[in-house]
Design a protein around this ligand. Sequence first.
Ligand SMILES: [Zn+2]
Length: 315
Amino acid sequence: MDIHERKTNVNRMARATPSSVIKIAFGRAANRCAFPDCPPITLDNGVPLLEIAHISSPTPGGVRYSPSLPFADINSPENIIVLCPTHHMAVDRNPEAFPVNELVRLREAHFERVQNALSSEQKRSTSSRLSHLLEVWERERANDSEEYWQQLFTEHPEVFSIALGGRAYTLNSKCYVGGKSFTNTGGNVLDFLADHRGNVALLEIKAPSTRLLAPQKYRGNVYAPSRELAGSTVQVLEYRHSLISNLPALAYGAPGFQATEPLGVVIIGDLEKEGLSEGERRSFELYRSSLSNIKIMTYDELFDGIAMLVEVLNG
Ligand SMILES: [Zn+2]
């Protein structure tokens, strides 16, 4: 094809930028001109007043002519920058001031601003969700309804990221983990079953007001766990046993379901409120650190972890 024909083709292609290319480019640019501080302008129908500008032209004599740009790549993302009509005209009328590398730099700086805005928005929303949880904790600390706390954790599964040391979890409350007899009675129904690093964690939720230690000292300087703490620990062990022994049946039809070494978690009590003596605290710590596969976490520890996270997020 001769130069004239080629020019006409290029112009037609440039004009007829495919709508998919436009959508992707506008999306990556967050519907803003690549020039920093260029105010967004939208038409009456809400469509942003923006244009696709071509960084290089494959045609001799075209703006920022690049002999190495293949004819077919005129609309490739690398050759496109999103600009408002004013800046589009400005860069095309003055290519010496706006050479290829300058436009590429503008575009990349723009993308970085978009990414930063998104990640700081995400941080803000996570931080405000967690701050809300701290307010709830302050207000409801004395609430002794287990159902209340179960509901709160169902609505805020991110709390378990803290209890279980990272990652997000999907939760199912009141999960059946097997254990029914032939008469279809006595099945184990768990408070929560959480995805934990591709595995599952078994959770037992008590109230913050649940006592951690028995009211009477056992003997000497030895204190026994409360009936509720010992009971819920055994309860989780029972769930765990039931889950492992019923695994083939439970995992049937649930691909990706794994339960090798599932972790049990008991959320119970309020160390600060309970105000343990030194000896009591030692007995409690000895008790919980001796348990394998079971993590005992108190409510105040859980919410202290959330408070720390909020501090980190707010930098
Ligand atoms: Zn602009």
